[in-house]
Design a binder for this molecule. Structure first.
Ligand code: EPU
Length: 754
């Protein structure tokens, strides 16, 4: 027979195609997209058409179409016109099932896991089962498999569109029955009716979960029914011994008598119930207990079912496909049982209809969570519903609990927010049936680096390591996208170790001080930003007329230490908001003085992480630029002043202070934007060009001083850069002057991808 499948790339349809190929039919199919799965099927004999067209169905004896195929599909219309029998996916599957003893696994939650468990247990038990499950399960090989030798055919039933009623299985497993897919069913009664029809047609065992009231109502008392649950009264029951991150140990009882202990290779209390379904079925079909034990220990779940994406000394990341409130609750309970310090959850709602219909239940599903982030709804081919979004979930959760909630509409926002808020000891769980797992993959990669850095610092005086730290928190102009890794060592040896590690891992390094002359672009900084601060970096030691200070010491602190010791020459520092490290890097200055006037020597860490020291004469210091410290990171310096009259020092300090107060703005800024050209001071030039008071968004040229751009709140680097470009252009065309920026501009415009 020639069989053609429309929508063959889908997870169910591709399985069906491989069964038809295995049964010896000539199989063709089409889809909008080609996937790894269609490529694999082509190797096994599928004739694949992409894109779809009218001619692909020619010569087919039967055309099978997926429920995702919508009216107007060219291939579907052509088959209809040509009178080729058109059958739905479930009808075709029912036809195949009639050749074997079908075992249908049905229920609202846990179908894929349970059908895989059953197929695996029966296979290890020597029953040679065929199977058809809804996802790629590595331990089973492929999602569908035909074994000509065996009698049994394990099938994951799909209740979403009523097609369960097509099946006439030998055996059935009923896991649980809840209100779901309310876009198709009117209410729970309509769903129950479908299950009842399935059970009427089941001739052999009915294995059901006695913990589920609706499953019990429908199955209890049927001929050859087998109930399972927690109580010894059930046909099969379990007593949990230990729940572990990736395994569960429990004792199994058959009619109250112990059969032995099982170590199940997947976590979660709910999976013990799923395993009991497989144990009940296999035991009643004659599989010996030792084989069942062996199968369950070796079982590994599907991807995205409580998948451990990262398990490190400080952080854990779990990913799960759960997208219904009951699944969400069960998965979070599993996470809770692992006893992390906090549970941080990223939830991606799946489908607008489900979000709307089950919002109250969702509102109650996250009570085990400490911090919840919610993304936009994953549409799954639905059209948006007005007023339904991730915020719908947040509003419900807030109405029903005190869980801390954040709205993170895009995956990028979610990654940045979560990366930033995670603390050692946290467990992150990503939940949803869309693409939310990408966030976990990205964070797993970056958290590995964070863990290594934390461990390095632990032995070197401690410090801080954070992901995606907003640079707006570390620049005086309050602008800047996130730094991928933000590191604050407290000791010079700690910083050395960090530099060595980052070099070895090929992670770019930036060292920043107080960020007082810094503009970070909106996309942030890829790689590491080291901020030597506190601890050894804050030290200021005075001896005779010399001051030895760490790179993190504020210039104001140095100025006041000098004053206290009666040393002159440092008064200009009073007017500058930076610290010594930044000031060495750019030879900062004010009141006619500059940093290198006072430098005796500088200690620094070179690009290989080695400590070195240079005398002033060995360092070339230009006006507002010291190339030496582009690749080398200053950690401390010895500075020299001269004995001075305290009254003189006080007067100069006051002059410095008052100069700043009277001629410079107090609003958030990055200090002077341009270097002073030789002919005219930049502030005067900008003033003369008429830019004072001009704005680009909330970025504003100060009325007080033309060489300052101030952030009036919420300005982006983009605004400041636009303003800088316009001023430069004007200086060039109006006055023939090429302005150079003094402010350091770093980072990237576009956000870092995942
Ligand atoms: N001026 C104007 N209009 C203005 C601003 C300034 O006409 O809007 C005139 C002033 O009246 C003055 C001249 O321009 O005649 C220079 O201005 P100012 O005395 O304020 O000094 P500056 O050269 O703009 C320099 C440093 C500052 C430092 C001050 C104080 C540079 C680029 N700037 O400013 O440093 O605080 O001297 O000594 O060298 C910084 O490095 O970030 C910084 C602010």
């Amino acid at each position: 027979m020639r069989v053609h499948l429309i929508g063959v790339a889908g997870s169910g349809m591709s399985g069906l195609a491989s069964l038809f190929i295995e049964l010896g039919h000539t199989v063709s199919g089409s889809d909008k997209v080609s996937t790894l799965e269609t490529e694999r099927l082509e190797k096994n004999g599928l004739t694949f058409h992409c894109p779809q067209n009218e001619r692909e169905v020619e010569g087919a004896d039967m055309v099978i179409y997926s429920s995702a195929v919508k009216p107007g599909n060219l291939a579907y219309e052509a088959a209809y016109k040509q009178g080729i029998p058109l059958v739905r996916r479930a009808e075709a599957l029912a036809a195949i099932m009639s050749r074997k003893h079908g075992v249908v696994v049905a229920g609202t939650h846990g179908k894929t896991t349970t059908s895989s468990l059953a197929a695996h247990v029966l296979r290890v038990g020597g029953m040679k089962p065929s199977h058809y499950v809804g996802a790629e399960i590595p331990i089973l090989g492929t999602n569908a498999y035909w074994d000509h030798a065996g009698e049994l055919f394990v099938v994951e039933g799909d209740e979403s569109d009523g097609t369960l009623t097509n099946f006439q299985p030998r055996h059935a497993i009923v896991l649980n029955i809840e209100a779901e897919h309310l876009d198709f069913y009117e209410d729970i009664h309509a769903i129950k009716a479908v299950f009842r029809q399935l059970l009427e047609k089941t001739s052999g065992l009915t294995v059901y979960c006695a913990e589920d009231p609706v499953a019990t109502e429908l199955c209890q008392g049927r001929n050859k029914s087998v109930g399972y649950g927690w109580s010894l009264e059930h046909d099969f029951s379990a007593r949990i011994i230990e729940l572990r991150p990736s395994q569960t140990e429990f004792e199994v009882f058959d009619s109250g008598k112990s059969l032995g202990i099982i170590t199940l290779g997947i976590p979660g209390k709910h999976n013990v119930l799923n395993a009991l379904a497989a144990i009940g079925l296999a035991t009643r079909l004659g599989v010996e207990f030792a084989k069942i034990q062996q199968a369950l220990t070796s079982f590994r779940g599907a991807r995205r079912r409580f998948e451990v994406k990262h398990q490190g000394p400080h952080f854990q990341i779990i990913d799960d496909y759960g997208h219904h409130p009951t699944e969400v609750k069960a998965t979070l309970a599993t996470a809770k049982a692992l006893n992390p310090k906090r549970i941080v959850c990223l939830f991606q709602p799946h489908r607008f209809t489900r979000t709307q219909l089950l919002k109250t239940e969702f509102g109650a599903a996250f009570s085990d969570v400490d911090v919840l982030c919610v993304t936009d709804v994953y549409a799954a081919s639905e059209k948006p519903l007005p007023g339904v979004s991730g915020q719908t979930i947040i509003d419900e959760v807030r109405a029903q609990s005190r869980v801390e909630c954040h709205s993170t509409p895009t995956m990028l926002e979610a990654r940045n927010k979560i990366g930033h808020l995670l603390q050692p000891g946290d467990l992150l769980i990503t939940l949803g049936a869309g693409n939310v797992h990408e966030v976990g993959t990205c964070l797993a990669r970056d958290l590995k680096v964070v863990e290594s850095l934390l461990d390095l610092l632990k032995h070197e005086g401690g410090g801080v390591v954070k992901l995606y730290e907003p640079m707006a928190n570390h620049t005086t102009i309050r602008i800047g996208g996130p730094a991928q890794y933000w590191i604050e060592p407290r000791t010079i040896s700690g910083m050395q170790e960090i530099v060595k590690f980052l070099r070895g891992a090929s992670i770019p390094i930036r060292v920043i001080g107080r960020g007082s002359n810094l503009l970070v672009r909106d996309g942030g900084i890829r790689g590491a930003v080291i901020h030597p601060s506190k601890g050894e970096f804050d030290e200021v030691i005075v001896q005779d007329n010399f001051i030895t200070a760490g790179a993190g010491a504020r210039l104001k602190k140095i100025a006041s230490a000098a004053k206290a010791a009666g040393i002159g020459g440092f008064e200009w520092m009073e007017g500058i908001p930076g610290n010594l490290g930044g000031s060495l890097r750019m030879n900062a200055g004010a009141m006619g003085a500059q940093t290198f006037d006072q430098v005796v020597s500088v200690r620094f860490i070179d690009a290989n992480g080695e400590i070195r020291e240079k005398w002033k004469a060995e360092i070339k210091a230009n006006y507002r630029s010291v190339p030496e410290f582009d690749q080398h990171y200053a950690v401390s310096a010895v500075l020299q002043g001269h004995a001075a009259d305290p009254a003189d020092i006080a007067a100069k300090l006051e002059a410095s202070h008052s100069k700043r107060r009277t001629s410079q703005p107090i609003a958030a800024s990055a200090g002077c934007i341009f270097k002073n050209p030789e002919t005219t001071p930049a502030g005067m030039l900008v003033d003369q060009l008429g830019f004072k008071g001009q704005s680009r968004g909330p970025a504003h040229v100060s009325e007080v001083h033309g060489n300052f751009i101030v952030n009036n709140g919420g300005a982006k680097a983009r605004n400041v850069l636009d303003m800088i470009a316009d001023i430069k252009q004007s200086a060039l065309t109006e006055r023939g002057i090429t302005l150079e920026t003094e402010v350091q501009i770093i980072g990237q415009d576009e956000p870092q991808g995942m």
